[in-house]
Design a binder for this molecule. Sequence first.
Ligand code: ARG
Length: 591
Amino acid sequence: MLLKQAATQIAPLTGLTPEEVLRLLEVPPQEEMGDVAFPCFTLAKSLRKAPVVIAGEIAVALQTEGMDATAAGPYVNIRFDRNVLAPQLLEELGSETFGKLQLGQGARVVIDMSSPNIAKPFGIGHLRSTVIGAALYRLYNEAGYTSVSVNHLGDWGTQFGKQITAYKRWGNEETLQADPIRNSLELYVRFHDEAEKDPSLETEAREWFRKLEQGDEEAQRLWTFFVNVSMQEFNRMYERLNVDFDHTLGESFYNDKMGAVVEELRAKGLLEESDGALVVRLDEENMPPCLIIKKDGTTIYPTRDLATAIYRHDVMQADKLLYVVGGEQKLHFRQVFTVLSKMGYDWADHCEHIPFGLMRFEGRKMSTRRGKVVFLQEVLDEAVARALQIIQEKNPNLEQAEQVAEAVGVGAIIFGDLRNNRMNDIDFSLEDAVSFEGETGPYVQYTHARIQSVLAKAANVSHDEQEMDLDTNGSIAESTEASAEVGETHLEKDRMNNLPVAIIGDTSWALLKLLSDYPSYLEKAVLRNEPSVIAKYTIDVAQAFNRFYHAERIADAPSGVKAFRVKLAEHTAKRLAYNLSLLGVRAPERM
Ligand code: ARG
């Protein structure tokens, strides 16, 4: 809001639009330099003057009420009058539309996320896809899009031929039912070991998959059983991660839709034979051919993705198609999108692969084939156990410590992922992620809980001032409500009196400005498909609050300023809790 205010005033002096000015504005590196800085370098050409001269002229022209501008070399440094602006900013934070954007104008964005493979472990890549996808889903909604999430289960492909072969030889229903993923994985590993010695297993597996594609009764029955037991396990995970999907449509859903795609490719003259297989050549695009039908007549991953994209566009009415899938599938998506555009679909431009880097847990990597696997369930359990230990040390009397530990442990994993630029490879340390200090989820949660207790204390002190018989045992929720009421009355008074300078301290002013700036971070996060922008911002807010908390009194502040500080703390708590929820992390009231 401060930036907008500055931009509208600067724009007419420069020949730029307010939006252009907004993009140039900077937050100065040091507090003494003011609240906003406008660099004049880029104007030198159009105005035919030296940047220093331009800065001087703008500074002189900018002297309006509540704003003080000085030239510093090629920059105009602007300082706002805290007393004039603070009440306005606070009021704006309280408005219902604050923090909602209209970037999307209701456009539908279909987000392909999570998409684990049946009969295989839910991998770390799938975890990343799930948490990044779920965050984008919510961020897009905040930005005025209509988000639709799809879990594109890997429930089809030659691996099911292998799975059936292995199951029929070495598996049984009870073992699989008891621990589906582990047992499937064992079967899968065994298949690969034995197939090295006996290649006929591969032939058998291909035969089973062919049967499956042709609707063979036994193959179908076994496949359905694998899907069901895997889904039960995945759903437990989704529950803990607080994620659900608008659609769960696996690759198998497109079985009856691929024939039409293949025909269309043929009719459009795109299909070529190569070594007995059918491909779309992508020589001009400098890519290897996109495989459509394999030698043995079966379809393959790209074929299913072509049918999927067309379905999402035509039936789900997607305006934008996002695929939150690891960076190792970059070529695959470039091929698929290119084939779509060769088919004449101009909406292929609206398809976007949202890649992310690898994640290791304490140096251990995922590897399905060798069977050395980090099971996500175990990682979550370990994080929760660590969280419980810290909580019991810090706050041995906490009620419902187990629930809080679940929120903190799982939140630590989600936040520990999302705070990284998504393309970064992460070496995940549980100890760091669960720590209550540093740039972690628990740190943000802890700050949020701290504010709740500050607010409760503030409310009790106010009650004290007003009525003698106060209920010290009142729950936090009630107390917060009371403080909001009291806060309101005080604020009115403050506003009328106009707050004296000393009252809005540097740390509260810095916090207030940061809270007001939230929409620009949301915009950045959505434009870059980067939830880390919000995670980092949320850490900044928590840190700004803690600086404020250490430097200025809140609950026992002098009455003239207390309402302002309490209100500021309330808005901070709301922002922290809300942003955590956007990222999929819960914010316990006490910790
Ligand atoms: N199941 C795939 C895998 O685990 C990811 C699917 C991604 N989505 C898609 N439309 N291809 O590698």
